[in-house]
Design a protein around this ligand. Structure first.
Ligand code: GZL
Length: 332
């Protein structure tokens, strides 16, 4: 419908400039931040992954890559090999490439403010997935999609309190911590310690990082066994360290799941097999299948839509019997 209102010469000139400028901005995909949309109009997502340290991480990478393909999002993927400096480098590369959205799983909680401010100044929204950062400035990222690690530690501790409630002697616990400084290691340790405080007989006699790997779990468990004659319980922050510890436990002539009660977190297939076979006693699930939610969030933040500051993944726990039932249909 033709407008009947008349604009003065100044307003018309201003409108022309704004319109031309606007068209130029839309047409030139290299201006401003976050306008790195691919030539074919696809959203370009720059993703920095922690590494490939565990079965959980492998399943998480598969979920992210499959979901990006499914969502029609162009994924730039970098494996940081568990080094923060590699993640910072990858994020800076994504800023240079003017991707539309950046997502990453921070290997450790601290040391991100500078690079996250660079992304913010470049106008590129950032999504945290899997692990969190300890930045005080919550404006540095749009949302954190991941598990509640304190709850995972708490559920593990609560199961042990129940399982050892009739113990008359002290119960000696050794703990295999995840990567030093990482949110899952810090929070799982916190949740577990708070839960077992309910029974003073439950004592953590040794606690050390196995870096979330099978090799690390085996090596540290060997040290624990050599320096502690009486170990009743192993709490491992992930299945992979627990699986590595199994080798050390059996090599020491002890029966895992019986001589030493074993509690882990993740519930990846190999962990669930160990649980079903009676080598583990309890697993708190930590779902790696974050890909579809991540892609949905990437589309929303790219479109400038509001998203929740915190999105907690749904997960459960498994006993030996529940593992036997769940294994046949386990997705990861
Ligand atoms: C948890 C994730 C942890 C897993 C480990 O969300 O960051 O890192 O528990 C993985 O298996 O290595």
């Amino acid at each position: 419908m033709k407008s009947t209102r008349k604009f003065g010469p100044v307003v018309a000139a201003l409108a022309a400039v704004l319109l031309t400028g606007g068209l130029a901005a839309c047409g030139n995909s290299d201006t401003g931040g976050g306008s790195g949309t691919a030539d074919d109009g696809k959203i370009v997502l720059g993703f920095s992954q922690v590494g490939a340290e565990s079965g959980w991480r492998t399943a998480n990478t598969t979920s992210v890559k499959d979901a990006a393909a499914e969502a029609g999002i162009e994924l730039k993927f970098d494996d940081a090999q568990q080094k923060q400096e590699n993640q910072i480098k990858a994020i800076r590369n994504y800023i240079q490439q003017k991707v539309d959205v950046i997502a990453f799983s921070p290997v450790v909680e601290s040391g991100w403010d500078t690079v996250l401010k660079e992304a913010k100044d470049a106008g590129i929204p950032v999504i945290l997935t899997d692990r969190a950062v300890d930045s005080a400035d919550k404006s540095l990222y749009k949302t954190f999609l991941g598990s509640d690690f304190v709850k995972e530690g708490k559920l593990s501790g609560e199961w042990l309190v129940e399982n050892k409630k009739s113990a008359t002697a002290e119960v000696n616990i050794v703990e295999l911590q995840g990567t030093t400084g990482s949110a899952p290691a810090n929070d799982r340790k916190k949740g577990f310690a708070e839960a077992i405080a309910a029974n003073p007989k439950l004592k953590i006699i040794a606690s050390q990082s196995g870096d979330f790997t099978r090799a690390g779990g085996k090596q540290v468990m060997e040290q624990f066994l050599n320096s502690n004659p009486k170990i009743d319980v192993l709490f491992a922050h992930n299945d992979d360290m627990g699986l590595g510890a199994l080798e050390a436990i059996t090599a020491a002539g002890k029966v895992p799941g019986k001589d030493i009660t074993i509690i882990t977190i993740d519930a990846v297939k190999d962990g669930m097999k160990a649980l079903a076979d009676g080598k583990f006693n309890f697993i708190a699930e930590c779902s790696p299948l974050l890909g579809p939610q991540l892609m949905d969030l990437a589309k929303k933040v790219h479109a400038g839509e509001e998203v929740p500051a915190r999105i907690e993944t749904e997960e459960t726990t498994f006993t030996q019997e529940q593992a036997k039932e769940a294994l046949p249909t386990r997705k990861y």
